[in-house]
Each structure stands twice: as structure tokens, then as C-alpha cells.
Ligand binder design. Structure first.
Ligand code: TXA
Ligand code: MG
Length: 323
């Protein structure tokens, strides 16, 4: 049985984390699957509950920059970015400190660690009450669509984890931006809630490696999360749709193309923030509705690649990638 906890029950959620149990919690991006990042058994249980390949390292969530920089070595760029974007949807990958308390498995054995201070008030309340660093991948089964409500979490992980702390729907809707700062240069490992342009305004130009195929990712290991197929609904996904068939479900952006068997509107007025916030809920809804109505695939209208559109197109590209 997975307990569904209300915001007032944050202390109960914190007690479960301290006892080594797994608790899914809301962040401004997506729900995270939390466990004590210092506790190897809790960390192993996260991988097990997600069905996640062990090579894929986890983000460590902390309540403030001071707690983050107690575990990793921060340079001037990291401090400037933390001051500008934390709490918020930016994850920094930095070298582990020699006295880092985070379990090695949480970092998949790498000498770097991903840290982030989430902006959701309930996430911060939980991190403060638990008073420990919380390892937290998105709270979905590995490879599936990330959850943006407590119900999404229960749909995928119900019965596998101790509790879900319900904070309502997530405001940003796509995961944090992952920025690698460990080796001289700065590289965008995953586009996300903070845009590349916003980061470059603080630290100057950053490299943007392209997603690589899964095999390549396991070999290079720089960011296993760059695997091509990810965020995948059950139905196949077709991108850049200019027209739509009656046996297709449509993910619309702007006025919907006519003729689809089911439609989910990301943003009638073409607002990228609104589209990001609804992206994963839309994919989940179209997947369920499409299967119920016997539709063949999900067709997606083009989304412009600027700003948050970079993160949206990254997730859509993975949802459409060969499985
Ligand atoms: O918005 C988010 O980031 C959400 C919420 C819950 O905070 N979390 C999330 O975690 O999306 P997850 O585990 O699904 O994605 C973490 C990403 C993966 O792409 C992983 O490969 C990368 O961060 N990552 C983590 N540690 C890394 C490291 N040391 N080096 C390179 N990439 C790392
Ligand atoms: Mg994920």
C-alpha cells in the first residue's frame, strides 16, 4: 500500500525518508522519487522501484546552496548560477568533495554529483524537515512519461513505494536543466526549465552536446540520461505533423489540425510555459484515450525550438525515438 499524504502531513513524509523508506514528492518541474541519498539501501530501492538501469545517476535534492556545496566542489560559475537560479529548475553536475556523504550508487560510481535546490514550497519543507540530502529521479517507471501529479505517480509506482506527498500539479512541467560544470567548460546535458540562453547570460557560452543513442550513452557515461528513447508513451509518436488522420491522437500546439480521433491542446495561444506545464499530462492522456479508442499513434504539431521549446522538443524527440 502506498500512502497518499496531504501537504499538512509533511512531517510524516520526512519521518519515512529518515527511516529509509521511499516517498514521492512534488517539485516545480515533475514529481521526484525521494530516498535518503546517504543510505545505500534507500538508493538501491529507488533504482529497483523505477526499474532503472544502475548506470544512470540520480540528482541529489537539498534545501539551499550551502547544503549543496557541502557535498560538491563549487567554482565561481556554480556560485553565480546558484545565486541566480536556486531555488529553481537547474541541476548542476560538479565534482564530489572528498568528504561527500552521498552514497556512491546514487552517483552511479561517477566522481561527479548532480545537485539541485527545487523551488516547490512543499519540496523545500520536506527537505528541511527530513534534514538529509534526498536522491530523487522523476517518480515514474524507467523510460516512461514523467509524472506531474500525485495520481500519475500512483499510476506507475503505487504499491512499490511508501508514500506520495500530494502538492497538486507541477507548474513547470518539464524536468530541470542539467548543466555539467565539472571539467573547465560548461555543457548542457539536458535542456529543461531554465533555458540555455538564461544560463549563458550568467556564465557565457555553453556547449550543447546532441542526444546520443542508448548504446553510445552507456559507453561514454557522461550523461546516461541523454539516452534517445525515453519519456515514451505506449503508442508510437509522430512529430512535426502538418495534417492528422482519424486514427491518430493529436497533441496540438496552437489551433488544432482538424480530423484527429482525440485532441489534447498544449496551448491554444502558443504559450511555451503553458505547453511545458501540460506536456507530460497530455502525452499520458492521449496514450490512454488513444488506446481506449483504438487509435494507431500520437501525432504532434510542431513546437518552435526557442526558449522552453528546446526542452519540450527534446522530450518529444525522445518519446518518438525508435524503442
Ligand atoms: O526536474 C528534475 O530534475 C526531476 C525532479 C524530480 O527534480 N528529476 C529528474 O531526475 O529528472 P532524473 O533522474 O529523471 O534525471 C536526472 C538526469 C539524468 O539525465 C542523469 O543522467 C543526469 O541527470 N545526471 C545525474 N547525475 C549525473 C552526473 N553525475 N553526471 C552526468 N549526468 C548526471
Ligand atoms: Mg526521468
Amino acid at each position: 500500500m502506498t500512502e497518499l499524504l496531504r501537504a499538512e502531513e509533511v512531517d510524516r513524509a520526512a519521518a519515512l525518508l529518515r527511516a529509509g523508506d521511499l516517498v514521492a514528492f512534488p517539485t516545480e518541474t515533475v514529481y521526484g522519487l525521494g530516498g535518503d541519498a546517504r543510505n545505500g539501501r534507500a538508493v538501491a530501492a529507488i533504482f529497483e522501484a523505477k526499474g532503472r538501469p544502475h548506470f544512470n545517476p540520480l540528482i541529489c535534492h537539498v534545501p539551499d546552496a550551502e547544503a549543496a556545496f557541502a557535498e560538491v566542489l563549487a567554482d565561481d560559475r556554480a556560485r553565480a548560477l546558484a545565486a541566480r537560479f536556486w531555488p529553481g529548475p537547474l541541476t548542476l553536475v560538479l565534482p564530489r568533495r572528498p568528504d561527500c556523504r552521498i552514497d556512491l550508487l546514487a552517483g552511479a560510481g561517477l566522481d561527479t554529483l548532480a545537485v539541485r535546490v527545487p523551488a516547490h514550497p512543499l519540496a523545500l519543507a520536506l527537505l528541511r524537515a527530513a534534514a538529509l540530502p534526498v536522491a530523487g529521479p522523476s517518480a515514474n517507471r524507467s523510460g516512461q512519461v514523467s509524472p506531474t501529479t500525485a495520481q500519475h505517480v500512483l499510476d506507475g509506482l503505487g504499491g512499490r513505494i511508501a508514500a506520495v506527498l500530494d502538492g497538486g500539479p507541477c507548474a513547470v512541467g518539464v524536468e530541470s536543466t542539467v548543466l555539467h560544470l565539472a571539467s573547465g567548460g560548461a555543457a548542457l546535458l539536458r535542456p529543461g526549465g531554465v533555458t540555455a540562453e538564461e544560463i549563458e547570460a550568467v556564465i557565457g557560452p555553453i556547449a550543447r552536446p546532441l542526444p546520443v543513442a542508448a548504446a553510445e550513452a552507456t559507453r561514454t557515461l557522461r550523461s546516461p540520461g541523454m539516452m534517445l528513447s525515453h519519456y515514451a508513451p505506449s503508442l508510437p509518436v509522430r512529430l512535426e505533423a502538418a495534417s492528422v488522420a482519424a486514427n491518430e491522437a493529436l497533441l496540438a500546439f496552437g489551433p488544432a489540425l482538424p480530423g484527429a480521433g482525440a485532441v489534447f491542446q498544449l496551448s491554444e495561444g502558443r504559450d511555451l510555459r503553458e505547453a511545458a506545464a501540460g506536456l507530460f499530462a497530455g502525452l499520458r492522456w492521449l496514450d490512454a484515450e488513444g488506446q481506449r479508442r483504438g487509435l494507431r499513434r500520437i501525432a504532434v504539431m510542431p513546437v518552435p525550438p526557442e526558449g522552453l521549446g528546446e526542452a519540450i522538443n527534446d522530450r518529444l524527440g525522445r518519446a518518438a525515438a525508435p524503442r
